[in-house]
Ligand binder design. Structure first.
Ligand SMILES: [Zn+2]
Length: 147
C-alpha cells in the first residue's frame, strides 16, 4: 500500500466522522504488519469533552484487529467532511492526547512511528516522526521502575 493509498483511506474514513459541533472531520488509517487496514474517525458528543479523536478510534480497532505492537503505518487527514469528498488545505497532525496514545503503541512496538499527516484534500502531506511530535514523552517504558 502506497502512502497515497493510506492517506486516501484516512480521507475516506473522515467522511464517516460524527462532527456536528466543530464541523471538522478527521480520519485515521492504520495498517498492520500483516496488511490489515483499520480506520477510525472523530466522534463528537453534546457533552463536548466526551468527544473521541480519529486516532484513538483507529487505535482501538487496531488493538482488536492485530494488536498495538503490530502497527506498521499510520495516516491522518482532516478537514471539511460535509461534501462528497473531504476538503481542506492544511495538513492535520494528532492532538496532544493522541500523541500520547500513539506513544503507547510506539513503545509497545519498540520503534518510532512515522505519522503521515495530510490535508483534507490530500494535496499537502507532512511526514512526522512520533518522537518529534512528542519529545521526551512518558510511556510504558517509563514505568519500568514501578514496584
Ligand atoms: Zn486527538
Amino acid at each position: 500500500m502506497t502512502d497515497e493509498q493510506l492517506i486516501a483511506a484516512a480521507r475516506a474514513a473522515a467522511l464517516k466522522a460524527y462532527a456536528p459541533y466543530s464541523g471538522f472531520s478527521v480520519g485515521c488509517a492504520i495498517l498492520g504488519e500483516d496488511g490489515t487496514l483499520v480506520t477510525g474517525a472523530n466522534m463528537e458528543n453534546a457533552c463536548y469533552r466526551l468527544g473521541i479523536c480519529a486516532e484513538q478510534s483507529a487505535l482501538t480497532t487496531a488493538q482488536h484487529a492485530f494488536g498495538l505492537k503490530n502497527i506498521a503505518r499510520i495516516a491522518v487527514a482532516g478537514g471539511d467532511g460535509s461534501g462528497e469528498a473531504l476538503s481542506g488545505e492544511q495538513a492535520v497532525s494528532p492532538c496532544g492526547g493522541c500523541r500520547q496514545a500513539l506513544l503507547e503503541a510506539s513503545q509497545l512496538a519498540g520503534r518510532d512511528f512515522t505519522i503521515l499527516c495530510a490535508s483534507g484534500d490530500g494535496s499537502r502531506i507532512e511526514r512526522h516522526r512520533l518522537s518529534d511530535l512528542i519529545p521526551h514523552g512518558f510511556g510504558p517504558a517509563n514505568l519500568s521502575d514501578a514496584g
